[in-house]
Design a protein. Structure first.
Length: 137
């Protein structure tokens, strides 16, 4: 691990272990960064869209793409281990809130149904897209 860090970033073993006590903490920090990057990408898509429907469709489409690209990575024992952390739960809460707000905005604009609570529709969308990650296409 330290040779990878040194080759890729120029960070030596001593520096690495100054900030991280073990490989698990390195992986946790890396994973937290990945989650933050995904959330930043999704909020950027939201912020660039011109109307409520486009915001919702853009974010859900990008989320589906992220899930699909992570399909093989999430099928490992390592993934199961790092997904137990608090940063995953925090990321899921942020994502739930983002989609809930977009669903509420789209419902108010008449772009999506308004007979189901936005939080429930957001949960449905996120679970469906996460489950679709395992599909081959």
């Amino acid at each position: 691990m330290s040779s990878i860090a040194e080759e890729e970033t120029g960070t030596g073993r001593a520096t690495l272990y100054k900030y991280f006590s073990d490989v698990e903490s390195i992986l946790a920090a890396w994973h937290e960064r990945q989650i933050a990057l995904h959330l930043r990408e999704l909020t950027g898509i939201r912020d660039r869209a011109v109307d409520a429907r486009e915001r919702l469709e853009g974010v859900l489409s990008a989320y589906a793409s992220i899930q699909h690209h992570l399909r093989s990575a999430h099928a490992t024992e390592l993934a199961a281990h790092i997904h137990r952390g608090d940063q995953v739960a925090h990321g899921q809460r942020v994502m739930q809130g983002l989609v809930r707000d977009l669903v509420a905005e789209a419902a108010k604009a008449g772009a999506v149904r308004d007979d189901v609570a936005p939080d429930e529709l957001a949960t449905y969308c996120l679970h469906a897209l996460s489950a679709a990650r395992d599909l081959p296409t």
